[in-house]
Design a binder for this molecule. Structure first.
Ligand code: ATP
Ligand code: MG
Ligand code: MG
Ligand code: MG
Length: 437
């Protein structure tokens, strides 16, 4: 992409109502624009990152055996009356009436709908286990939308729903998601810690929140510090084998959010290993048995010929919130530092003297070679000054900057800068292109 033809409305200063770094940087880097309180347009640069995050989540869900579908944003109120949640949900639910006076709502979550889809066609234990997921916009009329995409009213969530015959099967489904979550956050460069959590309005008995530690996080959290540094299990696990040891390895160490905090258990940890911090909830998994299947009559036939309500769980990832969480975890005074896996472009080419024949030629050739190799590249071919181009590149946080200036060209070299470490190397153009491909 040539910057002169792109749409990248960067701002010199962040609007004063943006209180935390990620919100300020997303606005300054031209990634989002607020259209109403807690409702954002995703500008091209922001959309690129959102899509990358969504794709990582999708790949890890697929790997763990979940199956993608897509449910609508609008749902019938009557469906939610079946579970009893239409009245219970409260003012966070956006309720809508259509021209035929039918009551609808903009889905804040999809347990009811997925249960309805399941019960329409699945009757037997032979079709289990199943895990259905989608990545879809949600609406919650938050009392205080704030911190940009961190707490939006309209936000993108991945939500998966598992179906099993019995509690043992449900536990296995839960464990698959638990392990998949460890992997997917790690792929985004995040250290997300699973913590025992309150099951809240979704109900049930088994639940973990995945928390990224950050000073600006909204929840107070308490854990054993070894949990933060623990490596993810990786993709090479036996998904339908016994994942319990991997889960136990983590849940054996103390970790809880404020609502579930047990002072005495925490104090039992050696003092040097205690971590009391703030965190961002980037995911939440629940096992809730028959809470929906019973009232909604989602029944399956067991091997003994008896019908039982199906055992369910639900598993959410805050896809749009993750952009904020990643930036909170990875930025400096200059701007965002994207982990390579989610960066909007892999490399930015900075032409220090646009219009200089030799600089233009070197940039064009690098641009073509990188594109041909399938590398996402943003070429700053505008006539802005070098300093301004550097500032923009640092702000938008691409992992690599390829800098082409007249002096280097005269010496037969260009510069490659690593955004994260600041390290620079001067080498012939071919060598630099080879490093990036
Ligand atoms: P919170 O405690 O932050 O209000 P929640 O517990 O209400 O979140 P869940 O119902 O567990 O949210 O939804 C699953 C995931 O969706 C959350 O872990 C979070 O990452 C994301 N999420 C929830 N609410 C929002 C929001 N208003 N804006 C952005 N992401 C959100
Ligand atoms: Mg909430
Ligand atoms: Mg919560
Ligand atoms: Mg939650």
């Amino acid at each position: 992409m040539r910057l002169s033809r792109y749409f990248l409305p960067v701002l010199k200063e962040a609007p004063s109502d943006a209180q935390i770094a990620s919100h300020q940087l997303m606005l300054r880097a031209g990634m989002i624009r607020q259209e109403a309180a807690g409702i954002y347009a995703w500008l091209p640069l922001g959309l690129r990152v959102l899509n990358k995050i969504e794709q990582i989540v999708r790949e890890e869900m697929d790997r763990a055996g979940a199956i993608e579908l897509l449910m609508p944003t609008l749902q019938l109120a009557d469906l939610w009356r079946e579970s009893g949640r239409y009245d219970a949900y409260g003012p966070e639910m956006l309720r809508i009436t259509d021209r035929h006076e039918r009551e609808l709502l903009y889905g804040p979550t999809n347990e009811e709908m997925v249960t309805e889809i399941f019960r329409a066609s699945v009757r037997s234990y032979k079709d289990l286990p199943k895990n259905l997921y989608h990545v879809q916009w949600k609406f919650r009329d938050e009392r205080r939308p704030r911190f940009g995409v961190m707490r939006g009213r309209e936000f993108l969530m991945k939500d998966a729903y598992s179906f099993d015959l019995d509690a043992e099967g449900a536990r296995k489904s839960y464990n698959r998601m638990f392990v998949a979550y460890l992997n997917l956050y790690a792929r985004m460069g995040l250290k997300a810690v699973p913590m025992r959590a309150d099951t809240g309005p979704i109900g049930g008995d088994l639940s973990h929140e995945f928390i990224v530690l950050a000073e600006t996080g909204e929840s107070a959290v308490f854990c054993h510090k070894d949990l933060v540094e623990m490596d993810p299990p990786g993709s090479d696990v036996d998904w339908y084998g016994d994942l319990q040891p991997l889960v136990d390895q983590r849940t054996a160490l103390y970790a809880a959010t404020e609502e579930m905090h047990d002072e005495a258990a925490f104090d039992a940890i050696p003092e040097g290993d205690r971590l009391s911090a703030r965190g961002i909830e980037v995911g939440h998994i629940f096992s809730f048995g028959t809470k929906y299947s019973e009232p909604m009559k989602a029944l399956v036939m067991g091997p003994d010929g008896k019908e039982v309500p199906v055992q369910m769980g639900s598993y959410g990832v805050g896809v749009s919130r993750l952009l904020g969480a990643i930036i909170e975890a990875s930025h400096d005074e200059g701007g965002i530092i994207w982990p390579e896996s989610v960066a909007p472009f892999h490399v930015g080419i900075v032409n220090m003297r646009q219009g200089d024949a030799a600089c233009d030629a070197a940039c064009d050739s690098a641009y073509k070679a990188l594109q041909a190799a399938g590398v996402d590249v943003l070429y700053d071919d505008t006539d802005a000054r070098g300093g301004a181009k550097f500032a923009t590149m640092d702000l938008i946080g691409l992992p690599w900057q390829l800098i082409v200036g007249p002096k280097g060209i005269a010496d037969g070299v260009v510069e490659l800068k690593n955004r994260k470490t600041g390290e620079r190397v001067s080498e012939p153009l071919d060598a630099v292109v080879a490093r990036l491909t």
